[in-house]
Design a protein around this ligand. Structure first.
Ligand code: GLN
Length: 309
């Protein structure tokens, strides 16, 4: 079903767009620096298959940190919660997403949660498969199933750009390896992780994945449980407590929905039992969240009483 453009959403997008000049496109991954800082688009996907949108929702964006929710879901399916949470914690950090600081002061050196880079690297390490190709294909099929879109792939350009410049993530990996939290070749893990972050889709597909998570893992159109209910619950909880990095507390108070952002400017929202949201606005605030995307969500949450709290 094609997505219907909505006048109401368009007005909110125009209002939220006023904030884009206060943000900046991420450039530490050089390929992301090419994005247009003035872009802002949104799609909302309902359980009955209806979809409304505003802005250029056809545009493909890379998932970046949004992929951390899905890799976590797959690792939990692969290994079960006991095994996963032996290696990564459940607590918010209050630090930037790429911080190494807490790792050094924690004993054992276990990353605090799966939504920060250190934790996500451990999670990706736990995805099963005999090769990077097999592990990546498994992640990709899982994502395609949730989005109901077999055409989803990844941006080789963005993956390569991050692979060539990811010194900080490599440092995190070596630290984790030194402390035996991971035992994989670091270049191999970086290859898989940068491809995972470069998985590409439009806001519509992003909204559909948010919908499935918000519907407790059930694809509302096929009735199929694509994600076990318990895993969907864990994902939603991490999205609330850690999904917007060190802005998660303020986001919970002002907006109050499970959401996950990425440095490409994407935000995936999962309004429990109601709908999924996909947003793209590459101008970021100082914590790395889409500056206009958050404003847009704030307006939506106020207008439609979305807060779960
Ligand atoms: N690929 C990015 C990184 O590891 C993802 C970070 C993000 O979106 N916050 O730096």
């Amino acid at each position: 079903m094609p997505c219907q453009s909505s006048e109401e959403l368009k007005e909110l997008v125009e209002e939220a767009k006023k904030h884009t000049p206060n943000g900046r496109v991420a450039s530490y991954i050089p390929a992301l620096g090419k994005a247009n800082p003035n872009d802002l688009s949104i799609a909302i996907y309902y359980p009955d298959g209806r979809c409304i949108s505003a802005g250029n929702v056809e545009q493909e964006i890379t998932l970046q940190s949004i992929s951390k929710v899905i890799s976590l879901a797959l690792a939990l399916k692969d290994r079960g919660p006991d095994c996963v949470f032996k290696r990564v914690g459940m607590e918010p950090t209050g630090d930037p997403f790429n911080s190494i600081a807490k790792l050094e002061t924690m004993a054992p050196a276990k990353p605090l949660n799966p939504m920060i880079n250190a934790g996500a690297l451990v999670v990706t390490h736990m995805i099963k498969g005999d090769s990077v190709e097999e592990r990546f294909e498994r992640l990709l099929s899982f994502i395609r199933e949730m989005a109901n879109d077999p055409s989803i792939g990844y941006s080789e350009e963005v993956a390569r750009s991050e692979f060539e410049t990811a010194n900080l993530n490599r440092a995190l990996c070596y630290f984790l390896k030194e402390h035996r939290v991971i035992n994989e070749n670091v270049e191999q893990l970086m290859d898989l992780y940068t491809k995972q972050c470069a998985i590409e889709m439009n806001c519509l597909a992003l909204a559909r994945i948010g919908l499935v998570i918000g519907m407790d893992g059930v694809d509302p159109q096929t009735g199929e449980q694509v994600l076990p209910k318990d895993i969907a619950r864990i994902c939603k909880t991490f999205m609330v407590t850690c999904g917007m990095y060190n802005a998660s507390g303020e986001f919970a108070i002002k907006i109050g929905i499970p959401a996950k952002s990425g440095v490409s400017g994407g935000i995936m929202g999962a309004v429990p039992g109601r709908f999924g949201i996909g947003i793209f606005g590459p101008a970021l605030d100082e914590r790395g969240n889409s500056i206009a995307g958050i404003k847009l969500l704030e307006m939506l949450s106020n207008n439609y009483k979305l807060s779960m709290f």
